[in-house]
Design a protein around this ligand. Structure first.
Ligand SMILES: NC(=O)c1ccc[n+]([C@@H]2O[C@H](COP(=O)([O-])OP(=O)(O)OC[C@H]3O[C@@H](n4cnc5c(N)ncnc54)[C@H](OP(=O)(O)O)[C@@H]3O)[C@@H](O)[C@H]2O)c1
Length: 223
């Protein structure tokens, strides 16, 4: 039986590359995007496309019934925004704070609970976090709002791993610095490489890995 996969935030970047690669591998694919052009692209690729804006309460609340009865083997939450490119201690505006925190933190806090009944036994739930969220390896203050949001979503992921213990293997990932709209043209990795690495690591996850923060090569990152 083919693998059943859900990608949240699949209009472009890493999410879209996950869709391409899992479809090429023969998976049954459900993917979410915010707007109709992106949804129709996903459909053309062969995915079941669901409208979802993780920063919108009403939109996010519709996910559960849209995936009612599904049993996903793999879920990857990719939706994210960077926000202001600050250096040092430049305060974000309230609207910048709201957008980044609602997307990167509240989004997963809305999406993950709705997945609980739509997971196959031993499912793998990956949240694409960032090494920039690591407090233990912090060496720069660039983008401190983004960093705070990824540190917060790491906390959310650990709670998910506890709440879903025995049901799903939950992992936070750093995808590398990747050439997407967010990562920019000068980044280290092609999306194809990052996602190939992540898929390999996801495939090899065991129960003991739940609640860990991993790099795209599978090595551990300090919280
Ligand atoms: N690229 C890197 O170097 C890098 C490094 C570390 C971590 N990450 C993380 O990896 C994830 C994917 O990033 P990326 O590089 O692929 O970025 P990207 O190319 O900028 O894509 C971001 C994706 O998130 C979606 N999104 C944003 N706000 C959303 C919302 N409210 N609801 C639903 N979807 C939303 C976007 O959809 P729209 O098209 O509708 O805007 C888009 O599909 C993010 O969580 C990012 O923080 C990336």
């Amino acid at each position: 039986m083919s693998m059943n996969v859900l990608i949240v935030g699949a209009s472009r970047g890493l999410g879209l590359e996950f869709v391409r690669q899992y479809l090429a591998a023969g998976a049954k694919l459900t993917a979410t995007a915010r707007d109709e052009p992106a949804l129709s692209t996903l459909r053309e690729l062969g995915a079941t496309a669901l409208a979802l804006d993780v920063a919108n309460a009403e939109s996010a609340s519709r996910l559960a019934w849209q995936i009612d009865g599904a049993a996903f083997d793999v879920v990857v939450v990719c939706a994210g925004v960077y926000g202001p490119k600050t250096t040092g201690l430049t305060p974000p505006s309230e609207s910048e704070f709201d957008t980044v925190m609602r997307t990167n933190v509240l989004g997963p806090m809305r999406v993950i609970p709705q997945l609980a009944d739509a997971l196959a036994p031993g499912a793998k739930l990956a949240v694409i976090s960032s090494r920039m969220g690591s407090i233990g390896s912090r060496g720069s203050t660039s983008g401190w709002l983004y960093r705070a949001s990824k540190a917060a979503v790491n906390s959310v992921l650990v709670d998910a791993s506890l709440a879903l213990a025995g049901k799903a293997i939950c992992v936070a990932f750093h995808p590398g610095w990747v050439r997407t709209d967010m990562g920019g043209a000068g980044a280290d990795l092609a999306p194809e490489q990052s996602v190939a690495d992540l898929r390999r690591v996801i495939a090899g996850l065991s129960r003991a890995d739940s609640g860990r923060f991993l790099n795209h090569d599978g090595s551990a990152i300090v919280w």
